[in-house]
Design a protein around this ligand. Structure first.
Ligand code: HEM
Length: 208
């Protein structure tokens, strides 16, 4: 099975749980709610930022840097009058005891375990595929690609095409069975991390 399909299967339940939890918050009920969702997005995109800085990964997945959305999230925060959280501590991604040699050889950045990076990246890039629905919902708040919802907008060339290209790059990276397991664990860890951000930034208050 291609890596993308394995990651999808490994995280299906996590994704469903996340969707339900986020929608329970009703992030598009008001601009204030949407701003709270933006805080989730900022935190997650800060978590994965080191992946986009690894020049070895850029060589393996050409065009990767152009896929990063952290700047767009920051612009959206500004449009909503939100401060960027300056004290946020991003997750430490290099959790594997044995970083892949080619990633460790990348002198410009701290060593990143390749399969771990791919697992996190799958979740981040996948979230942009599903963002078509969120982008439409943001329009109901008067937000669009030029104001407040830039990070949800499709990249030039279109959302589906961008995903197709990314998946074919991802599936072209040769991984051992052990590395595939690390990528799956990383994808699940990424969903858990987003879920934690939602619990912090988007509390659901019971109305009884
Ligand atoms: C920040 C939170 C989210 C993350 C991290 C996330 C992650 C992902 C991932 C990894 C995929 C790719 C699945 C695949 O391999 O095909 C995906 C697709 C998708 N997501 Fe999400 N997602 C998030 C929020 C949401 C929300 C809130 C919804 C809607 C309620 C949603 C709806 C979808 C849909 C419909 C797809 C499939 C799109 C398609 O196949 O055309 N996602 N998302």
């Amino acid at each position: 099975m291609p890596l993308s399909q394995r990651l999808k299967a490994a995280t299906r339940g996590d994704h469903e749980g996340l969707d339900q939890r986020l929608m329970a918050f009703q992030p598009f009920a008001s601009r204030a709610r949407y701003a709270a969702f933006l805080q989730v997005q900022y935190r997650f995109h800060r978590d994965v930022a080191p992946i986009f800085e690894a020049s070895m990964l850029e060589r393996m997945l050409p065009g990767l840097r152009g896929r990063q959305r952290l700047d767009a999230v920051i612009a959206d925060l500004g449009d909503l009058g939100q401060a960027v959280p300056i004290c946020y501590e991003p997750v430490v991604l290099s959790t594997s005891p044995s970083p892949s040699p080619q990633m460790a050889a990348d002198a410009a950045t701290p060593p990143l375990d390749l399969p771990t990076a791919l697992g996190w990246l799958y979740v981040e890039q996948g979230s942009h595929l599903g963002a078509a629905f969120l982008f439409k919902a943001a329009a109901g708040l008067g937000l669009d690609a030029t104001c407040g919802a830039q990070h949800l907008a499709p990249l030039p060339g279109g959302r589906a095409m961008g995903w197709k290209d990314f998946v074919s790059q991802l599936d072209g990276v040769p991984l051992t069975p052990d590395e595939i397991e690390r990528a799956e664990a990383a994808a699940r860890a990424a969903f858990t991390r987003v879920r934690e951000h939602i619990e912090v930034c988007c509390p659901v208050v019971a109305t009884t």
